[in-house]
Design a protein around this ligand. Structure first.
Ligand code: CO8
Length: 260
């Protein structure tokens, strides 16, 4: 099968661009997450790689979030394996020593938003058709505490509370206003702006930036590290409930109907 992640590493600048290229919408399947984690780990171990830009090769979509088919009609064992991979993706990106910039060139709901939240800086295409947010409640599911923590750490308690309860998907300008993204640029400048911005982040001595990042993020990371297994159990028992499976089915049908 075709690779779902394409990495372009520029030796001269020390910056890697990670393109998500899993049609149609870069949904985060177990295979996708496994590939992504391996790619991040490789770059993390390469001391010459100091910056990472996350972006999408798919038109109009950064990432549609977790692959709903991984949560629908699957065995508890498979759900547990999937959830561990979601945790691993978050842990790797959120605690990366690299400067990580999200070049959000399309919609970024739920898990796509989570992935953006792990980055140090977010640049989004200024296209009102795109949206970003943790919309889990709209699917009848609930974002776990570390999704919530990532959001609180970025937009503060009040916007996180309202956004999570209502499952809000924000337009780029609303996202900028609440600080969910840091900058809006025309669609064709997202990647070039990310590259320019990276220069500024890499001008800071690595050790000082690492320690500052770690100081800000370690308590959030440690919280998940110390409760990984119970978080998996919570997910599995929640997602395999008949009522939740029914909500997911209704949502999937809505997605298909809305089409065309
Ligand atoms: N998973 C699986 N398939 C998906 C997903 C997804 N997340 N998103 C879209 N698809 C499928 C569609 O069903 C469609 O399939 P088909 O071609 O067979 O009909 C295909 O991808 C293309 O989708 P669209 O036609 O909708 O493409 P558009 O370009 O019009 O729109 C969007 C792109 C905006 C990304 C749109 O597809 C969308 O809104 N998708 C749903 C996004 C979403 O709500 N994701 C939430 C996933 S849940 C999550 O990430 C966190 C869960 C936390 C766990 C909670 C603990 C219990």
């Amino acid at each position: 099968t075709a690779p779902k992640i394409k990495v372009d590493f520029n030796q001269t600048t020390g910056v890697a661009v990670m393109n998500m290229q899993s049609p149609p919408v870069n949904s985060l399947s177990l295979d996708f997450l496994t590939e992504l984690c391996i790619a991040v780990e490789k770059l993390e171990m390469d001391k010459s790689c100091r910056g990472l830009i996350l972006t999408s090769s798919q038109p109009k979509v950064f990432s549609a979030g977790l692959d709903i088919m991984e949560m629908y009609g699957q065995s508890p064992e498979r759900c547990a394996e999937f959830w561990r991979a979601v945790q691993e993706m978050w842990l790797k990106l959120y605690s990366s020593n690299m400067a990580v910039i999200a070049a959000i060139n399309g919609s970024s709901p739920a898990g796509g938003c989570l992935m953006s939240l792990t980055c140090d800086y977010r640049i989004m295409a200024d296209n009102p058709r795109y949206s970003i947010g943790l919309n889990e409640t709209q699917l009848g599911i609930v974002a776990p505490f570390w999704f919530k923590d990532s959001l609180v750490n970025t937009v503060g308690h009040r916007h996180a509370e309202m956004g999570l309860e209502l499952g809000l998907l924000y337009s780029p300008s609303e996202a900028l206003r609440i600080g969910l993204v840091d900058q809006l640029v025309p669609e064709d400048q997202v990647l070039s702006t990310a590259t320019q911005t990276m220069t500024k982040w890499l001008a800071i001595p690595d050790h000082a930036r690492h320690l500052s990042k770690s100081m800000m993020r370690k308590p959030t990371v440690d919280k998940l590290l110390s409760s990984r297994e119970s978080d998996i159990q919570n997910f599995v028992s929640f997602i395999t409930k008949d009522s939740i499976q029914k909500s997911l089915r209704v949502y999937l049908e809505m997605l298909k109907k809305r089409k065309g």
